[in-house]
Write a new protein. Structure first.
Length: 202
């Protein structure tokens, strides 16, 4: 018997930053049958709040590919899995050295290079709160409480070479959510492990 349904967002129930009426009705029908509904996404929690409200989600929400889980009813943080500080420092320096466009997710904020911040705002809306970085800001970026990097690179062949280099690094997890996106997060953490965490919590 199905008790809960978790779904991804982008390219699944969200297309062109919109949720169709058909999808909304499907979610409503699940709830009417007593089946819980929530989302499991790579997005930062700040980038899902509107959707959580729109779909009236009451179950824990999974963000950052499983690294950040929170209760939307009271904003309680159920679990956060951070990159070790030395790994976050390494990935950050790697991105700077390679002159990559990237987003950095911390418990409190989203940081992004000018191009990546612009891309995210264009995709999700100008209301998304992103701290845009300039070259002088890099050395002051947080290395603690970082749970995800999102590397954005239109040259997919170059991104493949970047992935190969990062695959040699221990204690990080790589997820290619799109051909031009490479997510870097804590090892052993994914949406599946987060669903198990939610089930234990409930």
């Amino acid at each position: 018997m199905v008790k809960m349904v978790f779904t991804d967002l982008d390219g699944t129930i969200v297309k062109d930053n919109r949720i169709s009426q058909k999808t909304k009705m499907a979610v409503y029908e699940l709830k009417e049958k007593g089946i819980g509904f929530s989302i499991a996404t790579g997005r930062h929690h700040k980038a899902v709040m509107d959707i959580v409200k729109e779909l009236q989600i009451e179950l824990p929400v999974i963000c950052g590919n499983g690294a950040y889980i929170y209760n939307p009813l009271n904003s309680e943080i159920i679990n956060v899995s951070y990159l070790p500080e030395e790994k976050a420092s390494f990935v950050l320096e790697f991105c700077i050295e390679k002159q990559l466009n990237f987003l950095l997710y911390t418990r409190a904020d989203i940081y992004g290079t000018t191009k990546s911040a612009s891309s995210l705002k264009k995709a999700l809306g100008p209301h998304i709160d992103i701290k845009t970085l300039h070259t002088d800001d890099f050395e002051n970026l947080p290395r603690h409480q970082v749970f995800k990097f999102l590397i954005m690179e239109n040259n997919t062949e170059y991104l493949k070479s970047i992935r190969k280099e990062l695959e040699l690094v221990n204690d990080i997890n790589l997820v290619q959510s799109r051909s031009d996106f490479l997510d870097v997060g804590p090892v052993g953490i994914n949406k599946g492990t987060a669903v198990k965490e939610v089930c234990s919590y409930l």
